[in-house]
Design a protein around this ligand. Sequence first.
Ligand SMILES: [Zn+2]
Length: 173
Amino acid sequence: MARILSTLTTLLALAACGGPERGGLEVRGLDVVVDSAAPFARSGDLPARLESTAEAALVYWGGSWADLDGYTLRLTDAASVPCGGEASLGCTAGGEIAVVTADPGAGTFACVEQTVLVHEIGHAVIGDPWHEDPRWMGFEPVAEALAGRAGYGADGPADCLITRSTWQHPGGR
Ligand SMILES: [Zn+2]
């Protein structure tokens, strides 16, 4: 009995400190924190959409899920995230990949594919903070792979149109 109790205590302790954070889930070993009220971020298909979007990005960047080991992905409905001293739509630093769930002009994204996740995964795979790799201005294969998916608006279905310019960044300092 003592042994069972101590095992239970251990399990409870693990659950308390190792459990998911608020709105947390896990996709292929990547911890995900959903800190957003965007309809797509609250949709039941989010884990599958995150997985397939990240997969398409990893293929594009020549990476694998191992490149995302140790990262936490945070979806936030903040207007921006600080990144290298600037306000940005996404940032990959200090073990965190943060992406905002709304575009400052167009409003809340309709799907996770529209966020800068595809871009940020590039930083996780190749680094390149100055965007010197020509692939930062490409993304055609990713846009093709993710085209035609369902989106979610405040009042129901919405288009999940992919705009490559959201992911693109010209090179140089
Ligand atoms: Zn970047």
